[in-house]
Write a protein that binds this ligand. Structure first.
Ligand code: F6R
Length: 593
């Protein structure tokens, strides 16, 4: 969360603002910049999105060096006071920070005891004050001494009034640097380098340094670090949008994304590492993710269980580490993450590696920390996902895990995976009847709470559909296993309640419908979601809405089932006047635990 930028070059203020806009997916609670000119640095801040900052920034012809920040608030409310950059008391240092300083209260006490005053509630201000505390002739030594005090995660871009350049440091939050002809750009995401440079440097954990645009000095605790540049792949920036919002664009991208995924996994070479893995060497598979990625794990675990007849477990990443998981070299750990930077998922990866488990990363961002650190990376090929609510990435996570389960099964039989069924699914992919989704959205927009029920794969869809409705429409949507209704949840049903019934799984449909009847008899209004033709007519007559989707007849039904709910969430959100791309209190990349 939070995005940071550092820039050395002309047109400083506007360049930083433009780059911050690209990082806004990381948080949009407040924003700020500090820009140096001959008389020192000037700080501008504003609450809310970057467009508010743009209105208050005064451009100066002398500016050449600056830093910027877009915030997702952790410590302290999203006020101007708490917005970055944060400055030292003597105003000689200014910095932007992405991450969390876990021992900041202890440090703050120590600094206050030394006579310093604090103006914000943030952990980040402590770093600015520490820089002043350790200030000396050699600024890199000052930085080093400051970093030695910090526990937690940080990507930092730092200005000092006397120095023509930008200092930086990184631990567990992403940071990249690119140089170009005397200009420099530091950023939390390489998408900022589009149009600026064709190469960039990855700053690793424990590294810190300085650039003035001509040279790049990188150090760690052992001394100077030699860095090799990585080539910048321009395709990462392909985020043109002709739609009103990225969310709807990305839902429509699904078809293309699924085809790109299949195309990628149809190339033998791309399956090499996965096919070399013998599932018989493992006694269990553990699927880890957060939010939507976790919901995809629920589906992935079903695929692996069915295809490979192996014990599969799922856990949300934030719980996993503290649940005393039994991990060893016979455990296969699958980490699912769109961004590849989610702090909880990264912590789970660390634990898996410590315990010598084999790790697979199912990721969208192929240059991400998870992608770089797992034993096997399975890219989901969804393309850049900008909207905070994950849509096409979820579908691509599912197809990836489905293909992976087929490949591992084929490997056991010493054959090649047969992807014909996947291919047919992609060829016949359909978004369904958009007018129907709009109709449902027109009703749901007036609801405060709804319930979603299903069994098996349908319950996985219900979890993800509920999450989409919650985050983009601010409606309390709750999910239950259909069979659980009578164990408590029926008490919540009244005439105002809509219950969405997912019924696409033939083997349990009769039971699901009986559960739906239990809700209907107590006054609930039913939205039936099914792929099946031979549904009970009497029951269908009781439904307020029926959404009929294609019967896919394999696990990929999970994709067919979720897409309508992504549309419904989008339409409901827009009709309520919410910006579905930037729901309140959220951020796309969650880099704090
Ligand atoms: C919901 C959503 C979040 C993410 C979660 C994990 O639409 O996008 O729940 O799925 O924050 O993010 P990644 O997949 O980047 O690890």
């Amino acid at each position: 969360m939070c995005g940071i930028v550092g820039y050395i070059g002309n047109n400083t203020e506007q360049t930083i603002i433009d780059k911050l806009k690209k990082l806004e997916y990381r948080g949009y609670d407040s924003a700020g910049i500090a820009v140096m000119n001959k008389t020192g640095y000037r700080v501008f801040k504003s609450k809310g999105e970057i467009k508010n900052l743009e209105k208050v920034v005064e451009v100066s012809k002398d500016s050449k060096i600056g830093i910027g920040h877009t915030r997702w608030a952790t410590h302290g409310k999203p006020t101007e006071e708490n917005a970055h950059p944060h400055v030292s008391e003597d105003n000689r240092w200014a910095l932007v920070h992405n991450g969390i300083i876990e021992n900041y209260l202890e440090l703050k006490d120590k600094l206050m005891a030394s006579g310093m005053n604090f103006y914000s509630q943030t952990d980040s201000e402590t770093i600015a004050k520490l820089l002043q505390y350790y200030d000396g002739k050699d600024k890199l030594t000052t930085i080093e001494k400051t970093l030695n005090n910090l526990k937690g995660s940080y990507a930092l871009a730092i200005l000092n009034e006397d120095i023509n350049g930008i200092f930086f440091a990184k631990n567990k939050s992403p940071l990249f640097v690119a140089l170009n002809n005397g200009k420099a750009l530091l950023a939390s995401d390489i998408i900022c380098f589009n149009g600026f440079a064709t190469e960039y440097y990855v700053i690793e954990d424990g590294e810190y340094g300085f650039t003035d645009g001509k040279k790049l000095i990188v150090k760690n605790r052992l001394g100077i670090v030699g860095k090799s540049p990585c080539a910048f792949d321009c395709s990462v920036e392909n985020v043109e949008n002709v739609y009103d919002h990225f969310m709807i664009k990305e839902i429509f991208d699904t078809e293309k994304a699924l085809k790109s995924n299949l195309e990628y996994y149809s190339v033998e070479d791309n399956l090499k590492k996965l096919s070399a893995l013998n599932i018989k060497n493992y006694d269990k598979v553990v699927f880890i993710g957060c939010g939507t990625a976790y919901n995809a794990c629920l589906v992935g675990a079903k695929f692996f269980r069915e295809q490979l007849d192996i014990d599969c477990f799922t856990d949300v990443a934030s719980e996993f580490r503290y649940s005393h998981p039994k991990l060893d070299d016979k455990t296969l750990v699958i980490l699912v993450s769109q961004s590849g930077e989610t702090a909880d998922t990264l912590a789970a990866l660390e634990l898996a590696k410590e315990n010598k488990s084999t790790t697979i990363g199912v990721v969208n961002v192929e240059y991400s920390t998870i992608a770089k650190n797992v034993d096997i990376t399975l890219p989901i090929k969804a393309g850049v996902e900008v909207a905070v609510a994950s849509t096409k990435a979820y579908s691509c996570q599912i197809i990836t895990m489905y293909i992976a389960s087929l490949v591992l099964k084929a490997t056991l039989n010493k054959t090649k995976a047969d992807l014909k069924e996947v291919s047919a699914f992609c060829d016949n992919f359909s978004f369904g009847k958009l007018e129907k989704y709009q109709e449902i959205a027109d009703t749901l927009r007036y609801q405060n709470k709804i319930f979603m029920i299903g069994r098996g794969l349908d319950c996985c869809t219900a979890y993800e559909a509920s999450l989409k409705i919650k985050e983009t429409c601010y409606i309390n949507s709750d999910t239950y296993f259909a069979g659980e209704l009578k164990h408590g949840f029926l008490a919540l049903i009244d005439e105002m309640t809509y219950v969405v019934v997912f019924a696409t799984q033939k083997e349990v449909v009769a039971k699901t419908l009986s559960n739906a009847e239990e809700a209907y008899s107590r006054g609930a209004k039913i939205i039936l979601f099914t792929s099946l033709d031979d549904m009970d007519k009497a029951f269908m007559d009781k439904c307020s809405f029926i959404v009929k989707v294609k019967d896919v007849n394999c696990g990929l039904q999970a994709i067919t089932n979720i897409v309508p709910w992504q549309f419904i969430a989008y339409y409901t959100s827009v009709s309520k006047g919410i910006n579905p791309d930037r729901p309140r209190n959220l951020a796309k990349s969650v880099t704090v635990e």
